[in-house]
Design a protein around this ligand. Structure first.
Ligand code: SF4
Ligand code: SF4
Length: 156
């Protein structure tokens, strides 16, 4: 595998965040340290591998892109210095821009709700955010059945 991005997806990621996914040689250290990996359908190393081969639809339809908690454990552990968290951010934004239905619907809803509050009040008041989110149609049970209990759900 050449070290310069050869697919449109790999080139796009590099252009947007400066990370070269083709440097990944699949050591899986990122996956081994990810605290959320057991809830993913694609491991972080698999996301990088798929990106090397330009498997855009495959990645953007995964739960992983949405369940990634942006904790940066993978980026810290990567032997090749790839900031995987930034790659995940690019993929999230890309999925939204391309109108791909999120496979974990509650996560982008939560982001939008928080961003609306920041726009209105300049800060997020967590209790009010959760109240509006729940009364907006998302019960704790729907979060859990939606598969995001670990990502951002405040209930154990
Ligand atoms: S940033 Fe995302 S993929 Fe990386 S370790 Fe944290 S949860 Fe896992
Ligand atoms: S730690 Fe870095 S080099 Fe290893 S699999 Fe993950 S992204 Fe690839």
């Amino acid at each position: 595998m050449p070290l310069t991005p050869q697919t449109d997806l790999a080139r796009y990621i590099q252009e947007k965040c400066g990370e070269n996914v083709c440097l990944c040689y699949w050591c899986q250290k990122c996956t081994a340290g990810c605290p959320v990996a057991e809830h993913f359908d694609l491991m972080p190393s698999q996301v990088l591998r798929a990106a090397q081969f330009g498997q855009k639809e495959f990645i953007l339809n995964s739960k992983t892109v949405w369940l990634c908690a942006a904790c940066e454990a993978c980026s810290t552990r990567c032997r090749q210095g790839i900031d995987i968290t930034r790659v995940m951010d690019v993929l999230k934004i890309m999925a939204q821009r391309e109108g791909i239905e999120p496979s974990v619907r509650t996560v982008p809803m939560f982001y939008k709700s928080g961003l609306r509050r920041i726009k209105l009040f300049g800060r997020v008041y967590e209790l009010e955010l959760m109240r509006n989110f729940i009364y907006g149609g998302f019960s704790p049970a729907s979060w859990i059945s939606g598969g995001c209990s670990l990502a951002i759900c405040p209930w154990p």
